[in-house]
Design a protein around this ligand. Structure first.
Ligand SMILES: [Zn+2]
Length: 161
């Protein structure tokens, strides 16, 4: 979940310039190459702009991170559920959705997205539970500590169901 404090025009790579209203944005993605390194990248300000999300995060702050661990790509399923939440508006056609049939992997909300409803809907659709990453901090050293600990807990849960 991303917070954009003031509305502004923003260039999103080849998608061009978009006028983004202030508010909250929820981006869904997968990190099949490793969650910790991907999140560190999202939170780092110094990087080459590669993905659409990189352009947005130059101007907007990461407010919360929610994740599920597992072998399956869940981003498109999550996206459908997000779109059906009250207050959801699809944002920037094509954003983060170059490899799938979704119109965009970015959803805008004027007020805090109803993530309680989102979690409830995941349950109803028999999708894995999601967890919030706590102690969110852009300093990568903190993330280094946080994510392996969470992944460790998850592994433990899976090993002892
Ligand atoms: Zn998709």
């Amino acid at each position: 979940m991303i917070n954009l404090g003031v509305g502004l025009p923003l260039r999103i790579g080849k998608l061009g310039i978009h006028n983004l209203p202030h508010g909250y944005y929820v981006y869904v993605g997968s990190a099949l190459g490793g969650l910790a390194s991907r999140l560190r990248r999202h939170l780092r300000s110094e990087k080459r702009l590669h993905w659409h999300i990189d352009y947005l995060l130059r101007q907007a702050a990461v407010a919360q991170i929610w994740y599920a661990l597992g072998p399956d790509k869940l981003e498109c399923k999550w996206n459908v559920i997000l779109r059906n939440l009250p207050g959801a508006t699809p944002s920037i056609h094509g954003f983060g959705a170059s490899d799938c049939r979704c119109s965009s992997h970015l959803t805008q909300f004027q007020v805090t997205p109803p993530l309680g409803l989102f979690k409830h809907s995941l349950e109803q659709n028999n999708l894995p539970q999601i967890y919030q990453l706590n102690e969110l901090n852009s300093r990568s050293t903190d993330l280094d500590c946080t994510i392996p600990r969470i992944v460790g807990q998850q592994t433990d849960v899976l090993a002892h169901p």
